[in-house]
Design a protein around this ligand. Structure first.
Ligand SMILES: C[S@@+](CC[C@H](N)C(=O)[O-])C[C@H]1O[C@@H](n2cnc3c(N)ncnc32)[C@H](O)[C@@H]1O
Length: 352
């Protein structure tokens, strides 16, 4: 494989700007490995089909590719809109100050519904105010930066970065937990602003279920679906429902009031059940029949490597498997960092 240095990214090494995150399944740490793989392939247009934090879309954009991005969770879509689709707009210090300042005319939905579930009453009040101020931003890209930064601030300020439990029981005294939400927000804007790059290519962010995604004429699609295992739940909205509600002020989701966490009912996904996941892969490989496939998956997940290889072959492609040593350390498993069972191989399947 070629060395990273051989083919520099557009505008130097912008990957260093990419905001670090705790998002479950984020590929940020694997970007150098993925770069080596993408660098061997001949393509101009690409779709990051399960974009999450947009880390891989950002790598592809930095390589000078025309890249679209898609995730069915809206808060991830805003990150893609902010740094994949957007090549120009940043939030100014004055605009950041406008968002942070307390707005007495704000609504009080978050304070009323969520006080002391994930944040204190005062913090919830500040989130109500920030959301009220963000509604005044008319430029869609600046608004996307603001919403993405607010979500990142919420993740940083939350023990373990997830919303599957209430209260602060995992507060380990980490520095991030002592920093004010407003300061986290300002820092997140700084990082996102730094990530806005112009490459000469255009791309678009989408917020759709990939199983019904209409545009299919990409040279390459990168697939990083939720990894399915019988041992743990791979459903993203359960972990991040608060962020998903936040970005529309709970306008596009309905809180299920029988739940202690005040989450909403999980969206339909073929990737969350053993009975449907093989069909999901088959349908996806067929839907993007003209595209080169790059699929991330894990050695300890279902289906296994030989099944995935057969599925890719059955879709009319030649298959190659690249194995990467990787220890994951996010989401519900971060407390088990040294546990040998976390030493899985990260698989990258190429279907050409
Ligand atoms: C493993 S994560 C992707 C991580 C991403 N590559 C990164 O580096 O941050 C999987 C993503 O797929 C999204 N997702 C799950 N089912 C989906 C579906 N049916 N259509 C589109 N996105 C989906 C989830 O919201 C989640 O963000």
């Amino acid at each position: 494989m070629r060395n990273l240095q051989e083919k520099p990214l557009v505008q130097g090494e912008p990957l260093q700007n990419f905001p670090d995150t705790r998002y479950m399944g984020s590929k940020r740490k694997l970007l150098p490995e993925l770069h080596k793989i993408f660098d061997q392939l001949d393509f101009t247009t690409a779709l990051d089909a399960f974009s999450g934090t947009s880390s891989v879309g950002y790598l592809l954009k930095s390589m000078g590719k025309s890249v679209d991005s898609n995730d069915y969770l809206r808060f991830n879509y805003y990150t893609a809109k902010a740094i994949i689709e957007n090549s120009k707009y940043k939030l100014s210090p004055d605009e950041v100050a406008e968002i942070i300042r307390f707005n007495p005319d704000k609504d009080n939905f978050i304070e009323k519904e969520f006080s002391d579930l994930y944040y204190t009453k005062l913090e919830c009040r500040w989130l109500d105010s920030a959301m009220a101020n963000i509604q005044f931003i008319t430029n869609p890209y600046k608004k996307a930066i603001a919403l993405s930064a607010l979500c990142r601030a919420c993740i940083k300020k939350r023990p373990r970065g997830i919303f599957t439990y209430t209260g602060m029981r995992y507060d380990d005294g980490r520095k991030d937990l002592k920093i004010e939400l407003a300061d986290h927000f300002a820092e997140a804007v700084r990082m996102l602003n730094n990530s806005v790059i112009k490459t000469g290519e255009t791309g678009k962010a989408y917020n759709q279920d990939i199983m019904t995604f209409k545009k299919t004429n990409y040279d390459l699609i990168y697939l990083d679906p939720p990894y399915f295992s019988l041992k743990s739940d791979n459903e993203y909205s359960r972990r991040y429902h608060f962020l998903e509600g936040l970005v529309s002020y709970w306008d596009h989701v309905e809180i299920n009031r029988s739940t202690k966490t005040k989450k909403f009912d999980r969206p339909e996904s073929l990737f969350t059940s053993k009975n449907t996941i093989v069909t999901a892969f088959e349908e996806l490989f067929d839907r993007f029949e003209k595209s080169t496939l790059v699929l991330s998956y894990s050695s300890n997940c279902y289906p296994d490597a030989s099944t995935l290889k057969s599925l890719i072959k059955n879709s009319g492609r030649e298959v190659e498997l690249v194995k990467i040593d990787y220890v994951y350390s996010v989401g519900t498993h971060s407390h088990k960092k040294d546990n040998q069972s976390n030493k899985v191989k990260e698989y990258v399947f190429l279907g050409i």
